[in-house]
Design a protein around this ligand. Sequence first.
Ligand code: NAD
Length: 487
Amino acid sequence: MAHSKALLVLENFIGGKFVPCSSYIDSYNPSTGDVYCRVPDSGKEEVEAAVKSAKAAFPIWSSKSPLERSQILNKLADLIERDLEAFAQAESKDQGKTITFARTVDIPRAAYNFRFFASSILHHTTECTEMATMGCMHYTSRAPVGVAGLISPWNLPLYLLTWKIAPAIACGNTVVAKPSEMTSVTAWMMCKLLEKAGVPHGVVNIVFGTGTKAGEALICHPDVPLISFTGSTLTAQRITEKSAPHCKRLSLELGGKNPAIIFDDADLTQCIPTTLRSSFANQGEICLCTSRIFVQRGIYSEFLKRFVAEAKKWKVGNPSDPTVDVGALISKEHLEKVRSYVKKAQAEGARVLCGEGVDSLALPTGNQKGYFMLPTVIAEVKDESCCMQEEIFGPVTCVVAFDTEEEVIERANSVKYGLAATVWSSNVGRVHRVAQRLQAGLVWTNCWLVRDLNLPFGGMKASGIGREGAKDSYEFFTEVKTITIKH
Ligand code: NAD
């Protein structure tokens, strides 16, 4: 395919240098449907060079003190903040998300990831026990593992990539990272800041390309002892199988089918706007998004009426317009997949109350070929329906009624996933009871997406293995040793 010179061409970042690749993949602007960027189609050769460079940088980087590493991470955070607007514009164009979301969520959090681990790395302590009768004391020491392989998805590109790079390098590892082939631009932009921040050459290497080619070369590389992956459950299964012969350490952050449980004593003035956000923020393309809303029967009709009326107010359109609430979905294929769920629900007899197939979507002239979809609310869906069981990962949410606490806990838990859940009630006792029994790694009550990075993040069941957070990431990215001393 012939390309005009105006296309943005990315290069791999290996050993502190930008390196061209022999072949490239087209990357689309989701809000126009045009190819606007070319991403290296890296394979074994490029991954080999990146791992070699990361291995060579490890002795020096791992021997720096936590304070020295912390200062470098803070400088990198400063530089991302300095360039926040350019990063936000690029993320919005590359991913389809609204400029407002990129400005207020993605890029500030990417900078904060570095700042947070720059601080937390200074405060860990190790354990010590005494066995007086044996004349012994024991203590633990922790050391970085080596070259970390980091693989991230397309929904929160720089946010999730830095959530892995920051703890990995703060702990003294060197990294080879592979962002999603659909959203590589902000990772490439960040590479331009590394030298200025003082990150030595080879500490952070970024190899761009597809999962099956570049991703698999990375997970199968014998010199990459740990893999931190965020993405779909299906890909995680493949990564687990492929890396098994090497017995690698794996952290897997996967999909969700997150319930919101709304009891009849909930404060609907708080609950409705928050549940709209939890359903439709970032086009519903957040692993933590709500996609099953269980409403207690007494308030079901009122909730539905108010929720649908508010959902219709969400403005869909050009992501660079700051008044727009919903941008474009990541790709044509993904848009078709999300739409197909709505059709399946209708075929099963569910009611689509607003959005896809019900309301019309007027788009600006330049966005007619973009991958847009209206926020869609579906009611009267059976719990067994694929819309209530599978991760849709788009602006589609299902609302169903329930009667009792016991019943709703069982129904909320009746999916293969276990990432996040939200509970709305003003009864403190009930909130605790329900939160304890929900099968989810994160439970928010009377709020959503409020995070303290100190505490564990991750999912149960098919939503993942392992947790990330101050202590959890420290444990994952270091190897522990128990030393016994007899006096
Ligand atoms: P995906 O699994 O298709 O891809 C994720 C990454 O893995 C990409 O970089 C991709 O190139 C790479 N990859 C694909 N196949 C690979 C293979 N065989 N070997 C190695 N790497 C491979 O996921 P996606 O579509 O990019 O992202 C959406 C998914 O991510 C959703 O399921 C969502 O819930 C999940 N997600 C989870 C979290 C979390 O923290 N739990 C956060 C965000 C997204």
